[in-house]
Design a protein around this ligand. Structure first.
Ligand SMILES: Cc1cc2nc3c(=O)[nH]c(=O)nc-3n(C[C@H](O)[C@H](O)[C@H](O)COP(=O)(O)O)c2cc1C
Length: 203
């Protein structure tokens, strides 16, 4: 039983959420978790201009994802920052290289789930996750979100990410806000929830 967490992060917010998702997966007995990064498509010069080089060093140890890694997992949890209310281009390019898997039906019946990050509270977290689901459905995956049994997605005493579609964080316009305790709890819940469902399906 393996759950794969596949993500792209430019400034570290998605990376932090991915770590919390992994913690949640590990709470389920008999489930192994692996983390993979989506290959970069931008040049070092552009990343430098975008101020991303330093942050990226902190997760450079995470292996780069190969397309075939997806086929080896029982469940895949994808993390992407929002780009204009959509997944990032790096993730899109990676997914567009999965045609061979699609042709073989290699992901049919696997569990798929998505988490995200955006600069602003209403900057497109839900559209990013929901539009990502379309690709998962084309692959025949079973889409899983963040159920309301994670009740703290309903809290209004503080600004928080998280919706029935998946965990999320609000990074701030300068990336100055890292995931809050509540957002990390949502990510852990999502990881555990996906791993639990995948275990039941494997039986
Ligand atoms: C080209 C581009 C487009 C973006 N579009 C949005 C957007 O539509 N809404 C939003 O709130 N943030 C937007 N952002 C901010 C990113 O979502 C934010 O930097 C990211 O969530 C931080 O996560 P990371 O540290 O894991 O990269 C955009 C950033 C870039 C570079």
């Amino acid at each position: 039983m393996k759950v794969l967490i596949v993500y792209y992060s430019m400034y570290g917010h998605i990376h932090r959420l991915a770590e919390a998702v992994a913690e949640g997966v590990k709470e389920v007995q008999g489930v192994e978790v692996e983390m993979r990064r989506i290959p970069e498509t931008l040049t070092a010069e552009i990343l430098q201009k975008m101020g991303a080089r330093e942050a990226q060093k902190t997760f450079a140890h995470v292996p780069i994802c190969q397309v075939d890694d997806l086929a080896s997992a029982n469940a895949i949890i994808f993390g992407t920052p929002t780009r204009f209310g959509n997944m990032c281009g790096q993730m899109r390019q990676f997914l567009d290289a999965t045609g061979q898997l699609w042709a073989k039906g290699a992901l049919v019946g696997k569990v798929g789930s998505v988490f995200t990050s955006s600069a602003t509270q209403h900057g497109g977290q839900e559209s990013t996750i929901l539009s990502f689901h379309i690709t998962l459905l084309h692959h025949g995956m079973i889409v899983v979100g963040l159920p309301y049994s994670f009740q703290d997605q309903m809290r209004i005493d503080e600004i928080t990410g998280g919706s029935p579609y998946g965990a999320s964080t609000i990074a701030g316009s300068k990336g100055e806000r890292m995931p809050s305790g509540n957002e990390l709890a949502a990510a852990r819940f999502q990881g555990k929830h996906v791993a639990t469902i995948a275990s039941k399906l494997a039986k």
